[in-house]
Design a protein around this ligand. Sequence first.
Ligand SMILES: NC(=O)c1ccc[n+]([C@@H]2O[C@H](COP(=O)([O-])OP(=O)(O)OC[C@H]3O[C@@H](n4cnc5c(N)ncnc54)[C@H](O)[C@@H]3O)[C@@H](O)[C@H]2O)c1
Length: 359
Amino acid sequence: MARRPKICVVGGGQFGLMHLRAFRQLEREGRCQFLALADINETLLEERRREFGMRTYADFAEMLEREQPDAVTIATPDHLHREIALHAINAGMHVLVEKPLEVTVEGCSQLVEAARAGKTLLQVDFHKRYDPYHAELCRLAREGKFGEIQYGYAWMEDRVEVPRDWLSAWAAESSPAWFLAVHMVDLFRWVAQTRGRRVYATGVRKKLPAIGVDTWDSISMSVEMEGDITFQCQASWILPEAFEAVVNQGIRVVGTDGIMEVDSQNRGAESCFASDDRMVTPNLGFFRETQDTAGQAVYGGYGIDAIADFADNVAFLMEGGKLTDLAGRYPDGVDGLETTKIVAAVHESLATGKLVEIA
Ligand SMILES: NC(=O)c1ccc[n+]([C@@H]2O[C@H](COP(=O)([O-])OP(=O)(O)OC[C@H]3O[C@@H](n4cnc5c(N)ncnc54)[C@H](O)[C@@H]3O)[C@@H](O)[C@H]2O)c1
């Protein structure tokens, strides 16, 4: 019988909820044992305990000590991944970290080294790779359909309530580049199989600071990559509340022999109801909820698939599989590091107004 990894989650906020859903479901399917959640917000912790029924802790270190899981997933704010990930890796646990892996190059390198030394799986939740349209984009690139890729362009934009209301506690510690563009930087790097060399970025801080959220409204970046490839990306989190979805996103890739464009948000379905105050374009590819014959919720979509992939990778290793067998099949620590190098350079360019070389 397949081994079922014992899993704990740290951080049960907006996105931690996806982890809880994924692991409850995987447990029902016999693919993991979901043990416990740690979160410093005790009110939230109680709410999540009532909904999902796992054990709860206010202190992540106590949870890991008592539960001794095989694997840990981390969905704390962007700037609070490092200490928790390092603690878990040093305890010999496999780790999935929400994107960005860490907001410093030095911190990412430390995590990559620790995982390498401990021979543990370090996976990053760059879930755009699990969107079937993006996976197809990558497959076509691997087949050589684009010829030589010359440039890419991507955009990712959130409605203003994300930094203003959802992330009010820590939006000032993040930015549209750390929170959003990292997805697209990783996606393009994965498709084009390249690394960043030089970065120039500009940005605006106006609308959000005016309402007390001290961060960038929007950031535009131009990244020169190895292999004479250019990637440009625009990210913002100031879209009006009337916009048709919480997130707007897409990517286009152009090479000597081909072009592909993906609207990663509007998948062709649109609705407008008197009970809503806007048109809606649901992205069921990301997340959907149906019910099984017993009336239990069944979750699907690439938001869930990326987390499930981690649990399956851990099970594979527990059954004797090798980390080297998984190489290139999931977003790993080095992908997290390479993406952070680019986004850290974006922030250096914003601060200095200069072109920044990536070491
Ligand atoms: N993969 C994606 O598409 C995606 C989408 C949204 C967010 N995220 C990422 O997920 C992470 C969490 O984002 P979010 O939107 O859920 O934020 P959030 O603020 O809703 O949740 C963060 C949670 O972490 C908890 N926390 C903070 N410090 C902690 C600690 N030391 N120990 C335990 N819990 C702690 C907070 O109490 C909070 O409940 C971020 O890194 C974010 O970028 C990823």
